[in-house]
Structures are given as C-alpha cells and as structure tokens.
Design a protein around this ligand. Structure first.
Ligand code: ADP
Ligand code: ZN
Ligand code: ZN
Length: 664
C-alpha cells in the first residue's frame, strides 16, 4: 500500500447534494482547502472549490478524473468561509456547490484570474460625530464589551432614534482595532443615505457589494476583503459570503425586512445565517430596527439575543401624531375619502409636504365588464391582470405577461370596461386632476426599475420640489424626507384579513415604518390611516404606536397555533406543467415520511399552493412543522433523498424552503 494517495473533494456548482472526488493535478504540493480549481465534469469543464482531501474514495480509482488546473496557489475561500458554507448547506439542505457559488462574483465562477490590487491610499476618517445620548451610549458600551465574543444584540428604536449613529460609533472602535466590519442592508438602491453616512465618516475604508455593481467591481471587493484592504463593507444579503479574515462586527440594518431572505434558488435568510457566521467567527452582531421581526423579539425574550433600546428620537423631533380615519359609509374616489382629501389640501396650502402610501402599483387591480361580469384574467396564472393606464396595457404581476387593452368586452362585446380597485397610477391621475398646481412624484417598482428614477424621486422629495408624494412599500425603507408633514395610509385593511400568518406583522411594520418618515427634524408630523375597521384591536396598537404590545399579543396567538417562532417550518414545493404530477411526487414523500411522524411533528399536504397555477405551472406544496429542529432536519434529509431519487422528479421541479417567510 503506497502511503500517501490523495483524493480531493471538490464543491461544484451543480444541483447535487454532495462533493466530487478528483485525483491531484500534476503539481505535487498539497492543495489547501478553499483553493479554486478547474475540473472535467461530464463533457464540461467546471470551476470548483477544494473542500478537503482524503486517502480513499467510494469510487474505484480508475473512474476518477484528475484536476485539470489550479487557478491560484492560495485559497480564494479562507478556512472560515469553507466552514460557514458547509454549515449553511447543511442547515438549508441545499447542494453545497450551489451554496459555495451562490453569492460569488461571476469572474470567480468563470475562472478569471485574480488581479494584483493597488495598495489602498491612506484612508481618511472624518470624526464628525454626535455626542451620544444615554440610550445610545449604553448601546455602544454594551456592544463594545462583547468585542471578540459572540453575542447577538437586538437594537430597537423608532426611526430617527439614532441607530445609525450607534452603528457608526461601534464600527469606528472595531476599525481602530484593525478588524473588519460588515453592514448588511436590505436593498442597496433603497438605502443611499445609510451608505452615504458611512462613506462620509470612513471615506476610502468603505467598499460596496451588491448586485447593481459590475461583476468586475464585485470581484475587486472580494479580493480587497480577502487581502484585508477593505475594512468596512456595505452590502446586500450575498455579502455575508465574503471572505473575511478578521471580522469584528456584523450589523444588520432594518433586520425585519423580508428582502434579507432570498426567495429563489438557494433560499437563505442572510439575517439568520449572519448570526451563524458571527457565532463561528466569535464576533458580536447587531440587528437593528424600529419594528423588529417577531422572531427576533422572541429571541430577545428568551435571552438568546440581548435587547438594546433607544427610547426617543435623537433630534428630539416629536413622534408623529397618528389618527384613524373611519371611512365606513364614505364615498371614496381613487381610494381617497373626502375627509382625507381635505386634510391633504390643508397641509399643501400651508406649505407642507404629504406622502400617500398605497401598496399596489398600476392603475387598478383589474378591469371588469359591468354588463356580463367579465374580468381580465391571466391565462397562465390564477390571477387577475392589472390595468396600467399610461401604457394602456394589462399586466400580470406574477408572470409579467402583458397584453394590449381590449377595446371591448371579449365575452359580450360591450364597449365599456371599468377599472376595479385602486393603484398608485390611479391615485396619481386623480390627484393631478384635483391639484393641478401641485407638483406630484410617484414611486413604485414600475418606476424604480428604470435607472436613475429612484434617485430622481428622492431628490425631488428631499428638496421639496415635489409637494405630494405617492408610493408603495419602497417608501417604507429608510429614506429621510426632511420636509414631510403628513403621511396618509390609503388602505390599512389588506393585511388584517390575509391567510398568511405574517400578514399583520408585515402590515404593522409597513405602517410604522412609513409613519416614521413624517416630521423628522423640525416639524411634528401627522399620520392618517384610512380604514373600514376602525375598531380592529390591532389597529389600536398601531394607533398608539405600541409595536411591542402588538408583537406580544400576536406572539401569544402564534404560540397557541404552534406557529413560528414556537415551531419550525419547512416547505417542499413542487411544480410542473402537468396538473397531477407535482402532487404525486409530494405524495410519495408524504408516504415515505410515515415512520417519522411523532409527537411535535406534523406533515401537512400535499395541498395546492394558494395560487395553484402560475406561469403555466401547477404548483403544490408539503408543509413540515416541527417543534424541535432536530427531527425537522432528519425529515428533510430523508425527503431530499426521496425527491432526488424519484422517477417523477425528472418531470417535476421541486425545491426546499427552510424557514419560509412566504407560504406560496
Ligand atoms: P435611525 O438610524 O434610528 O433612523 P439616525 O442615526 O439616522 O437614526 O439619527 C436620526 C437623526 O438624528 C440623524 O439626523 C442623526 O444625525 C441625528 N442624531 C443621531 N444621534 C444624535 C445625537 N446623539 N445627538 C443629536 N443628533 C443625533
Ligand atoms: Zn361583458
Ligand atoms: Zn400571469
């Protein structure tokens, strides 16, 4: 037996839950874990990452192929990142190679060589900082006490309470120890002010990492982080996979934001795995929000997270005054009651700025024929087409199918079709007609997709060029509008009666976040919430701006129903063009799981997804609910085994969602 035969285990970007064995290349020295290599795979050549080596393989040696090239002689993925990738792949039961490559800049996947980076110019720090108030000081001290120790902090404070200032001052200390700091934000284009403040304070030290950057720029950030030339990184969720060598602090801003969860492919929660990463790296992590996720509040309640509170606004700007506007028995025009219209008028007349929040883009949710009841529906989805007035088209917001506006009813040929319901566009045209002399700006994802439009909107809003602002949830995300005096929530009722158990939480977060935009510096703001259900107990808490109390009540309800955070969920989704195959595949899993059923575990389904047909695919799901994590992991291990080996899986696409935040 020759002593040292070496077999490398390589992670490859393929949808299989395993590593692949390869023989060493001609080069004699031992390749380190995390090294990038080129390997033959079937008829293709792939870039892979060495995750380890051993002295034997489950396959006969003559079947093994040889590593064709080594991309660079140092690991591009440091040891701690390899460990993190392994743990994450296990947690989400996702193919490890896809996890390893999911967030990397394209040039890494394509085998492009590393570049020699210029050494950084000496960095300038601008220590123009605020004198902290007591709450802020307590928060900063608590966090810094845990330097080089793992501890999760939940920093709760209303908009304007000075959370960002806390981040900045803690970051400064960590930086002075020459450690790295990672700040995760929900969506980069929606948080320009947070970024700007970090850049203003830390200058050259700040680098970015998000999908709006070019692949090359992302690759440069990767290398700067690896070579410790970058000390402060602001990025979106995939930045959690950057190759830090000496991370001293992670900050998750707006930690409640659903966009931290990737909703396709590798479905991970950047917030949740950031906590894991901090634990593995032994550093503190701060989750900040005015409206923390209920999961996070629960973790603080049970002592897993340390709670830090900022009780009042840092500038002493008063909190907005919130009122409910009962619109029962009212005639609404474009969704607006007469009373609200009067309030807007008054504010505009006295030189104020008003923001109207409506959570639906387009002109109207659908188009209807009053003669025969026909409604515009999508042929490929179980959904209605949204009417877009300016472009004169009908659009499906689920599959993006678009078609021309019919000139007559397709069923009864009646000549008149009527828009039903409200959207941003309709609100805009109504207000344009009503306030012809007022400058109006609208923002929703139709607008913000176009380059420069969001920036344009923000500028016009911030310098008060536009006096009336209309928009969707984009408005709830971290913008500062210094002149805003009135915020109106056009429709608060949607979330109260949804099937999704998180809908009320979301709605409360949205309303409170939007309300937080009002009256920031000098003016006391006013918030008006239109509702048909003024007596709804949950609206009462929002009215009193009592998010903690609202959260407590809803958490009690979740406990009673065994919903997260009092249980753990996983969703197996399956879809195919044939109606019966997806459910058949899931039934196979359900049958196979019979022996795993025990106390504290339930396996529900297969049931049709809330929207059964989407983009021409029939969609089913199996929900696994478990009191403890361990049985959930066992079940998922077994389920992926069944799914990967089923004959049906060739004709049905399936995916796994651990800790789903949307149930469709
Ligand atoms: P948040 O991140 O909680 O919304 P910020 O950190 O943005 O709050 O603070 C809100 C405003 O108050 C900012 O304009 C900031 O410059 C200012 N500010 C923060 N801390 C202080 C302080 N200690 N004293 C005075 N102003 C402060
Ligand atoms: Zn008709
Ligand atoms: Zn559709």
């Amino acid at each position: 037996m020759t002593a040292e035969k070496i077999i490398y285990q390589v992670a490859l970007p393929v949808p299989l839950r395993r590593l692949f064995d390869y023989l060493p290349p001609a080069q004699p020295s031992l390749l380190q874990r995390g090294t990038r290599v080129t390997v033959p795979f079937g008829r293709r050549t792939l870039i892979g990452i060495i995750m380890g080596h051993s002295h034997q393989s489950d396959f006969p040696e003559e079947q093994l192929k040889t590593i064709s090239a080594v991309c660079e002689n140092h690991p591009l993925f440091p040891e701690n990142l390899c460990n993190f990738i392994e743990k994450t792949a296990q947690y989400y039961h996702h193919p490890i190679g896809e996890v390893a490559f999911s967030g990397v800049p394209a040039p890494i996947r394509l085998g492009k060589p590393c570049e020699i980076l210029e050494s950084p110019s000496s960095s300038t720090i601008h220590p123009e900082k605020h004198l902290l108030n007591d709450d802020q000081q307590a928060a900063v001290t608590a966090i810094l006490q845990k330097q080089n120790t793992f501890q999760t902090f939940l920093l709760e404070g209303v908009t304007g309470s000075g959370k960002t200032e806390v981040y900045l001052q803690v970051a400064e200390q960590i930086l002075s120890q020459k450690q790295q700091v990672l700040i995760l934000v929900p969506e980069i284009s929606l948080t320009p002010q947070t970024q700007a403040r970090f850049v203003a304070r830390f200058g050259e030290n700040v680098v970015h990492y998000h999908s709006r950057m070019t692949p090359k720029a992302r690759f440069i950030t990767w290398q700067k982080v690896l070579q410790q030339q970058a000390h402060i990184v602001i990025g979106t969720r995939s930045a959690i996979f950057l190759p830090f060598l000496d991370l001293g602090l992670i900050i998750i801003d707006e930690e409640h934001d659903p966009s931290f969860k990737q909703q396709e492919g590798f479905r991970y929660s950047a917030r949740d795995i950031a906590v894991l990463r901090a634990k593995m790296l032994n550093c503190p992590i701060v989750l900040g929000s005015a409206t923390p996720a209920f999961e996070s509040l629960y973790n603080a309640q049970i002592g897993k997270y340390q709670k830090l509170n900022l009780h009042k606004r840092a500038t002493n700007a008063p909190l907005p005054e919130v009122t409910l506007l009962d619109v029962r028995h009212n005639k609404l025009e474009a969704g607006i009651s007469n009373a609200l219209l009067k309030t807007i008028e008054t504010h505009l007349a006295s030189g104020g700025q008003a923001l109207l929040f409506i959570n639906r883009r387009g002109y109207a949710p659908t188009l209807m024929c009053y003669e025969c009841g026909w409604m515009a529906e999508c042929k490929r989805c179980d959904s209605r087409l949204t009417y877009h007035h300016k472009k004169q088209v009908l659009v499906c917001h689920h599959c993006l199918h678009q078609r021309q506006l019919p000139i007559e009813c397709p069923d009864c040929k009646a000549r008149e079709l009527h828009p039903i319901g409200q959207g941003t566009e309709r609100l805009e045209s109504f207000l344009e007609a009503h306030f012809p002399d007022i400058s109006i700006a609208r923002i929703d994802s139709d607008v913000s997709r176009k380059k420069g439009q969001l920036e344009d909107f923000l500028t016009r809003a911030q310098n008060k060029e536009a006096q009336l602002l209309i928009g969707t949830q984009i408005l709830a995300k971290g913008h500062h509008f210094p002149h805003l005096t009135l915020v109106a929530i056009i429709d608060a009722d949607g979330g109260l009666f949804s099937v999704d158990f998180r809908a009320v939480e979301r709605m409360a977060q949205l309303i409170i976040q939007v309300a937080g935009r009002a009256g920031r510096v000098h003016h006391a703001g006013k918030v008006v919430i239109q509702t048909f259900h003024p007596d709804h107990p949950l609206l009462k808490h929002i009215l009193h701006q009592d998010y903690p109390q609202l959260a407590n009540e809803l958490l009690i309800e979740r406990q009673r129903c065994h919903l997260p955070p009092y249980s753990h969920l996983a969703l197996i989704r399956a879809q195919g063009t044939q109606p019966n195959l997806p459910s058949a595949l899931l039934q196979e899993v359900q049958n196979a799981l019979a022996p795993f059923k025990s106390e504290g575990v339930s396996i529900l389904g297969p049931v049709p997804a809330p929207m059964l047909k989407r983009q021409g695919h029939y969609r089913y799901q199996l929900l696994i609910q478990a009191k403890e994590r361990k049985p959930l992991h066992q079940i998922l291990n077994y389920s992926t085994h069944i799914l990967e080996n089923s004959k049906l899986s060739k004709r049905v696409r399936w995916s796994l969602d651990v800790d789903p935040i949307e149930m469709f």
